[in-house]
Structure formats: C-alpha cells, structure tokens
Design a protein. Structure first.
Ligand code: PRT
Ligand code: ZN
Length: 286
C-alpha cells in the first residue's frame, strides 16, 4: 500500500483528484475526512494543508505527494530527508515574480539593492538575489503580501502570479519572473514494493498526459491526394488507411498533436481532405 498526500482544500485539490480519477483510481472521499483508501489500486490518501506535504513525505508519514513546485523548492533545504520531484503534472501553473508599485523607478534587478522585499518565499528569493549579486532585506510574511508596499512595510514584493489581476488591483507592476511552477508529484526514497506502485502510477499519469496533448483524427480523402495527406499526418507509427465504399476514396485515421492541430487541419483541407472528425483521446499507451 502506498500513501499519497493531497491538498485538503485549495487550488490543487480538484485537479489532483481529477487526475486520480483519470488514472482509473476510484475512492470515496466524503466531506472533511482526512483519509481515504482506493478501491481498485493499492493507494491510501491523506488530505493535508499544502505547506505540510513536503515535510510529511520527508518524514515518511506519506510516501508521495502532489504539491506546487514553488512549495517544494522553498521548503527543500529545511527537510531532514531527501524528497525528489518524480513527475511534472502540468496543472496549477503559476509564476513567482517580483513586483514594485506602479510608477516606481525600476530599470533592472540592481535597483532592488538595499530595498525591503516582502514575500512568503524567502529561500527562493534569497537564492535569486544571491545569483544576481543583489543584497536586499527580505521580510517574510505569510499572507496578503501584495499589500506590503501600500502599508509601508516594503518597497517591493515577491509573490505568486497567475492572471496578474491581484497585482493590478493593488497598484503593482510585475518586473521579474524568478520561478515558474506547476503541480508536481514528489517522492521520498522507497522500498522496491512501494516503488513498483509509484512506477505504475507514473505510467498511468504519463498515459493520461500524452492523451491530453493529442487528438484522434478521422477524415475522407480522394486516393490521388493520399500521399500528400499522409505526409501531413505523422501518427504514432503511420496513419491507418482503409478504402471507402465509394471508389477512389479512402478513410484515414491518425493522431495529431494538440499544439499544431489547427495548422494541420488547414493543410489537410487544402490537400483535399473532407468530412474531418476530431475525437479526444482518453489514454495513450506507448
Ligand atoms: O490551505 P492551504 O495551505 O492548503 O493552501 P494555500 O492557501 O497555501 O495554497 P493555495 O491553495 O492558494 O495554492 C496552492 C498552490 O497553487 C500554490 O502553491 C501554487 O503552486 C498554485 N497556484 C496557482 C497559486 C496560484 N495559481 C495563485 N494565483 N497559488 C496562489 N495564487 C494566489 C497568489 O498568492 C496571489 O494572491 O493568487 C493570487 C494571484 O493570482 P492572480 O490570478 O490574481 O495573478
Ligand atoms: Zn498553504
């Protein structure tokens, strides 16, 4: 049995649970429960505050955990046992940025020399400032960092930014991005039995992740255009081509990457493709 720590209630919770579901792992989570056990996979869930997850994994209370990369980067140096990122999960993307009041003179990171910077991420900030040879005073505060300049606590802040609207509504301007974050799966060193379960879980996560980045495409093509159309569809190996009942026409099946999808569709139509169907893929096993 493997124990996974998941945020109890916050920005990571919904997508963490959704990912488990997409991996085919079912369990009953009711209300304020702190623990749950999967019915069909050797996994036990612990629901915790996100800040506690790295320490619980390091101490062995949990074996693995889902956490924002910013939190593990911040806490890593204070953990007594090693904890590693074993999988990037692609959700809860955000950045840790430096921001100054709108209108403040800022021409580069050197302008922060001797200034006070408020943050909840002192370790990441300290490392960034050291790398740039800037010596500033770091004020650690645990929440509402964005109000620090307006109450005279600091000249700049270092905080998590997603859409940027919190900075904007507090009269702040983002001037440097110091860290990019997404949700990650962390693990401590495990016994062979537990490692096998983690490997199985990672295999499922990767299959789900690949499927999200691709679409299944089915189209009809006149046989004279097949060569061009096939060259536009790399597929996993090569596209499947089957004849249609109408002579001179074929049906072509393939997978296309999500990021070049619209570009591919345009080229396929130009080449003579018709009746193009695009279907989501649930899992992609390599
Ligand atoms: O209660 P618990 O301690 O478990 O949760 P928490 O309140 O400490 O964390 P939570 O749920 O807010 O965030 C969990 C993780 O989500 C963070 O560690 C990040 O990795 C990630 N994440 C993604 C974010 C954001 N986006 C985000 N926008 N975490 C916080 N914010 C906050 C930010 O602090 C700022 O106040 O949202 C504001 C900025 O958002 P925009 O959209 O206005 O720029
Ligand atoms: Zn927290």
């Amino acid at each position: 049995m493997l124990r996974i720590a998941i945020q109890k209630s916050g920005r990571l919770t919904e997508e963490s649970l959704e990912l488990m579901q997409e991996c085919g792992i079912d369990f009953g989570k009711s209300g304020g429960k702190l623990k749950a056990t999967a019915y069909n996979f050797p996994l036990e869930f612990l629901f915790l505050r996100d800040d506690d997850i790295p320490e619980y994994v390091a101490d062995g209370v949990a074996d693995v955990g889902i956490i924002g990369e910013n939190v593990i980067a911040e806490e890593r140096s204070s953990l007594l046992q090693p904890v590693d990122i074993v999988e990037r999960l692609g959700f809860s993307r955000c950045r840790l940025s430096l921001a100054v009041p709108k209108g403040a003179a800022y021409s580069g990171i050197q302008d922060l020399h001797g200034k006070r910077i408020a943050t909840s991420f002192p370790n990441i900030l300290k490392e960034f400032l050291a790398q740039h040879g800037v010596s500033a005073e770091i004020h650690e505060i645990s929440g509402s960092v964005e109000i620090a300049p307006s109450i005279g606590l600091a000249e700049a802040i270092c905080d998590i930014v997603s859409s940027g609207s919190t900075l904007l509504s507090n009269g702040l301007v983002e001037v440097e991005t110091i860290f990019r974050s997404e949700a990650v799966l962390i693990s401590r060193p495990l016994t062979a039995d537990k490692q096998r379960i983690v490997d199985d879980l990672r295999f499922r996560i990767q299959s789900v992740g690949r499927a999200k980045k691709t679409k299944y495409i089915v189209l009809n093509a006149p046989n004279h255009a097949l060569e061009t159309i096939i060259s536009l569809l790399p597929g996993m190996k090569s596209p499947t081509v089957t004849p249609l009942a109408t002579s001179g026409w074929s049906s072509v099946h393939s997978v296309v990457p999500e990021d070049t999808f619209w570009e591919s569709i345009g080229k396929l139509k130009e080449a003579g493709a018709e009746g193009i169907l695009v279907v989501p893929i649930e899992k992609m096993i390599l």
